[in-house]
Design a protein around this ligand. Structure first.
Ligand code: VAH
Length: 317
């Protein structure tokens, strides 16, 4: 029997594409999308949708009962840059939404949970190159703290209550369908839009800021894959390191120039530079590759081609 899935935060950058992919796999009527508002009308009108506050336990519980939900993807969160502007709101949303879903799963109505962590769990004392699965995690952002603590709770609920929660430490994610919101890696999405609209971009990170990144198709593939792996094959119940490509704003600009020769970039670092400087420059994801055969498909050149091709259709139909 197919899963009945609830996606919390379905209108976000990842949630938007995850909803579409899960509906392709499980059927539209088996995937209920939810968010705090209806900002993405295309998604709202594409299948079952409910307005849902991720901070409201009873609302989530009632939604799961009425829709007979057995699997939850919790995608709602305040990201790194926004979290620094609104720290208590970030703690409230990021932590309480997780507790609500984990506690629902204790009742066994919910059979499986996906919860996204991030490379933001690492901090300035973490080894920066090929950061290992198990290492020092002293995050200096509120967002990173919520993800580090969230990982500890996921592992605790698995060990103590046998809750089948699975998690991935996403790197920066680049996509063309839905804009990211409030992240430090958002420059790597904005640059493509500005390249097509204006032929130029002012980066809020410096040219040599080397960060782990991933094209959305790879992120969705990893999310679907980890949720379909037999539970016994998973050796990590905090969150898996995941990696695809690492690059700098200069690298991405050069990949754009190969297709748009007149494109120019300037650099004006802002408060997000300090956040980026606290994160690793590359990630060792060998445990994910061993446990569930993870591998990425998109390198920088292929991602740039995909982004520019699709954004050209959007801006120059
Ligand atoms: C952010 N896009 O910038 C998110 C991500 C690794 C970064 O978690 O906050």
């Amino acid at each position: 029997m197919s899963s009945k899935i609830l996606i919390i935060g379905a209108c976000g950058q990842i949630g938007t594409e995850l909803t579409t992919k899960l509906r392709e796999i499980h059927g539209v009527d088996n995937v209920v999308a939810s968010d705090i508002n209806t900002r993405n009308l295309e998604l709202v009108n594409a299948g079952p949708f409910v307005i849902l506050d991720a901070k409201n336990f009873n609302a989530i519980k009632d939604c799961c009962i009425s829709h007979k939900i057995d699997t939850i993807y919790l995608m709602a969160a305040l990201l790194s840059a926004t979290g620094e502007k609104y720290p208590m709101e970030a703690w409230d949303l990021n932590m309480n939404s997780l507790f609500h879903v984990l506690n629902l799963a204790k009742t066994k109505q919910i059979k499986k949970i996906f919860w996204p962590s991030s490379i933001a769990v690492f901090g300035p004392t973490t080894p920066r190159e090929h950061t290992p699965q198990h290492t020092i995690c002293e995050p200096t952002t509120v967002y990173g703290i919520t993800k580090q603590v969230g990982e500890r709770w996921c592992e605790y609920y698995y060990n103590k209550y046998d809750v089948d929660v699975r998690s991935i430490r996403y790197p920066g994610i680049i996509s063309h369908k839905a804009m990211p919101g409030g992240g430090t890696t958002d420059y790597a999405v904005e640059i493509y839009h500005e390249a097509i609209k204006k032929g130029k971009y002012e980066s809020f990170l410096s040219e040599k800021t080397h960060l782990p990144m991933m094209f959305m198709d790879d992120a969705i593939k990893a999310t679907i894959d980890i949720m379909s792996v037999p539970s016994k094959d998973l050796t990590i119940r905090s969150s898996y390191n995941l990696s695809a490509i690492s690059f700098t704003p200069e690298d991405i600009a050069n990949s754009i120039k190969a297709e748009i020769p007149h494109f120019t970039i300037t650099y004006k670092p802002d408060f997000r530079q300090e956040i980026a400087d606290s994160w690793p420059s590359s990630i060792d994801d060998s445990v994910a590759r061993k446990d569930w055969n993870w591998s990425h498909d998109f390198n920088l050149e292929r991602m740039t081609s995909e982004m520019l091709t699709n954004l050209n259709k959007k801006y120059k139909p």
